[in-house]
Design a protein around this ligand. Structure first.
Ligand code: SF4
Length: 744
């Protein structure tokens, strides 16, 4: 297939997009809107338009339109019917056709002769599914159960069906081992549960109503470009916008003021601000008296343990700056803080989020238009998550026995065995019974999980590794069998966001390419063959089409919430949920007390201080702090391998401050070795003032044909929180890492 024919949006227009002022690459709105498309008509410039939704694990979860001519996806754009997406996509979104028609797509089921050898052989779907089912049945026969069969399904595709289907298959097989927990937001998630009793926040479109905005450890100019327009709208109306981040990001460059605390001291900064607000008499005592529990204890803690001067010493930010920002924040009404996910990926990260929440609550900014402590929302929209929620293991299945849940004298209660994906290598090493077979779907653990060298050892010890993907990722390279799966354009999905309130359908708009199949079909094939080989061995459905699987996720609650009468209404475009854009407006919290809890007994029950106290992060085990945030050219390990992205982001690098570089005799362009006791990364240096002197910054990424992997130097330390809402699995401390650097 000639790829030059495939995209209405040419490489030249993509280049223009990227170079139009640099930042314009990430702006919403209009830049590549097809001129001929004028409204809800289904044709545009000879193309048929389909409603799509970006499936990536991204705040923005864009509603899209995909234009198809003669069965070929020509180009995509943001859907104007969503006031959040507003007609624009990010650079990743615009590059989707390059992803769909990439020559690097996995085209057929493949078998590797010798793990990691690269000696791949094309096999038929029948042979692939036979090998998989034979192995599952042999594990069951030899072990008497399926705990030696593990699933790692992560967030590579966030479509509701993809979020549920593989788990449904595994439940249909029996009790298995699951890698669970989240490497995204668990510590902050728990923190918000302790404080509010749930994790919801104001509609991001409501940011436009704020009088003062603190962007705390978040870089929306790269990671949530569509939210930026609401921040700009607030600025136009007179709001001050402050960015707090150890790195001078593109977002920081757009703000009115930028503060760079030392890494891992965000909690101290929040508490120092809180103490100053108390001293000025600016706490909203009326709001806390009516709506909060434990403010007197919090006040006492602040008065006894916290001073602005102490906060200045901890954070490296001058005391007068802390005091001034605190006063401005407390006086501006409404004021809001957007809390990013990096600052909670620390050994004290959950406490930091609780301290920031407290700052918002004590100033009476909770439950207010333009206010709030915004972290995200885990409002599940009551989707069925079918079939995950509906499958049962075959009768007589034997599984894991959790002593905490087993009551003496009562029948044995079996369940899946749950392992923390944030310590996957450690968990695999100690697993008894041993994990013998692993199925990886929507995930690239070898590029995303810490302690990579240990991970590889564990993966190499498996009897069988099955990877379902679109590309030969670093995980797929270790597989015995890879199964090609479809992109969003080749399958049906429905999407909601963990940030905004829009619901969008994703129509299948082209036929699956080569021999790729949706996860729904792959699961049905496995179930069918399992039952042929061993009747009754899998309860997963075998007959529904991918579209029928998607439809099964809807119910009357979803219809009512979104003002639709059936899923088909979404074929006319995305809809916004009929929810109050202001969270906690009624002052009814979901905590045990029904109030906002400065003092949380639930936190104490999980081994944390009941108050949002500050504890220092763990000490450095090497000279430099290592930060590994997201690049604008990719999302985790996705997109970076595409040709258009590589034109602008051709190779990885480590960013280093000029003073540090000088001390190590390093100049931009030198190859350097970033190393610690866990491993090393060979990478080119870029010298920049944008990172602090004690910091090395590498964007996490998967580059095709590159050995570069930031996980080589990241250990599997965990954050303080996450165990409450994530089945005992604490979050990762992946932004609290250390290494050294030397010129090669
Ligand atoms: S990656 Fe995010 S911003 Fe980009 S198109 Fe997808 S949802 Fe939109």
């Amino acid at each position: 297939m000639n790829s030059s024919l495939l995209n209405e949006m040419s490489r030249r227009s993509f280049v223009k997009l990227l170079t139009a002022g640099g930042a314009a690459a990430m702006l919403h709105g209009g830049l590549l809107t097809p001129k001929a498309f004028a409204g809800p008509a289904k044709t545009a410039g000879g193309c048929k338009a389909f409603h799509s939704a970006c499936q990536r694990n991204c705040y923005d979860t864009c509603a899209m339109l995909s234009y198809v001519d003669d069965g070929v996806l020509k180009y995509v754009e943001g859907d104007k019917q969503s006031t959040f997406t507003n007609g624009g996509l990010c650079v990743k979104g615009y590059s989707y056709p390059r992803r769909v028609y990439s020559p690097d797509r996995i085209k057929y089921p493949m078998k590797q002769i010798g793990r990691g050898t690269g000696n791949w052989k094309r096999i038929s779907w029948e042979e692939a599914i036979d090998s998989i089912c034979d192995k599952i049945l042999s594990i069951k026969k030899e072990d008497g159960h399926l705990l030696g069969l593990a699933l790692d399904k992560n967030s590579g595709s966030e479509g509701i069906t993809n979020c549920a289907v593989i788990q449904g298959l595994f439940t249909g097989l029996g009790y298995t081992t699951r890698f669970e927990g989240s490497n995204c937001w668990p510590a902050g998630y728990d923190a918000q549960y302790f404080d509010f009793g749930d994790m919801v926040c104001n509609d991001p479109e409501d940011l436009a109503n704020a009088g003062y905005i603190i962007l705390w450890g978040v870089n929306p100019a790269w990671t949530s470009i569509h939210t930026m327009k609401f921040i700009y709208a607030a600025k136009e109306r007179g709001a001050k916008v402050v960015c707090i981040d150890p790195v001078l990001t593109q977002t920081a460059a757009k703000c009115d003021e930028y503060l760079a605390p030392k890494m891992g001291t965000d909690g101290a900064l929040a508490l120092g601000m809180a103490r100053h607000i108390l001293d000025l008499g600016l706490a909203d005592r009326g709001w806390v008296a009516d709506n909060a529990l434990g403010f007197p204890e919090f006040e006492q803690y602040l008065r006894e343990k916290v001073t602005v001067q102490w906060a200045a010493e901890e954070t490296g930010i001058p005391a007068e700056t802390i005091a001034r920002i605190a006063e401005e924040f407390a006086k501006a009404k409404p004021a809001t803080i957007w809390i990013g996910y990096g600052l909670q990926r620390h050994t004290n990260g959950g406490r930091a989020v609780r301290s920031i929440d407290a700052l918002v609550a004590m100033t009476g900014n909770v439950g207010k238009k333009g206010g709030g402590a915004r972290y995200g929302q885990e409002f599940t929209w009551d989707f069925e998550y079918w079939p995950k929620s509906k499958m049962s293991p075959p009768a007589g299945s034997i599984g894991f026995v959790n002593p905490a849940k087993q009551k003496p004298g009562e029948p044995t209660v079996y369940s899946n065995r749950s392992l923390n994906r944030n310590q996957a290598a450690r968990e695999m090493r100690k697993a008894d019974p041993k994990i013998r077979m692993l199925w990886v779907s929507c995930s690239n653990p070898m590029s995303q999980y810490p302690n990579r060298n240990e991970m590889e050892k564990m993966y190499r010890g498996l009897d069988m590794l099955v990877v379902v993907d679109q590309f030969f990722t670093q995980t797929a390279e270790l597989a015995d069998i890879v199964l090609p799966t479809t992109t969003q354009f080749e399958e049906w999905q429905v999407n909601v966001s963990y940030w905004h309130y829009w619901l969008a359908i994703n129509e299948q708009c082209i036929e699956p390419l080569f021999e790729a199949k949706p996860n729904t079909v792959i699961s049905a094939l496995v179930s069918k063959r399992m039952n042929e080989l061993s009747p009754g061995s899998c309860t997963y459905q075998q007959d529904l089409t991918p579209k029928e699987c998607m439809i099964r996720n809807f119910n009357d609650t979803i219809h009512k919430l979104n003002g639709i009468s059936s899923w088909e209404d979404l074929l006319k475009g995305p809809v916004k949920a009929k929810r109050n854009p202001v969270s906690w407006a009624e002052g009814k919290f979901k905590t045990p007390s029904g109030k906002y809890e400065f003092l949380s007994a639930k936190a104490a029950e999980y081994g944390h201080p009941a108050l949002p106290e500050y504890h220092s992060r763990r000490p450095n085990h090497d000279k430099f702090v290592v930060l590994t945030p997201h690049t604008k050219f990719g999302l985790h390990s996705q997109f970076i391998n595409l040709d258009w992205m590589r034109d602008f982001n051709p190779e990885p690098c480590v960013y280093i401050n000029p003073n540090s570089a000088r001390s190590k005799n390093i100049v931009s362009g030198d190859m350097v070795r970033v190393y610690n006791k866990f491993g090393e990364v060979a990478v080119k240096a870029q010298v920049t003032d944008n990172v602090p002197e004690d910091t090395l910054l590498m964007y996490e990424a998967w580059f095709k044909n590159e050995k570069f992997n930031v996980q080589n130097v990241l250990d599997d330390a965990v954050a303080d929180m996450g165990a409450y809402q994530f089945g005992g699995h604490r979050g990762p401390a992946i932004q609290e890492q250390f290494a050294n650097v030397e010129k090669m």
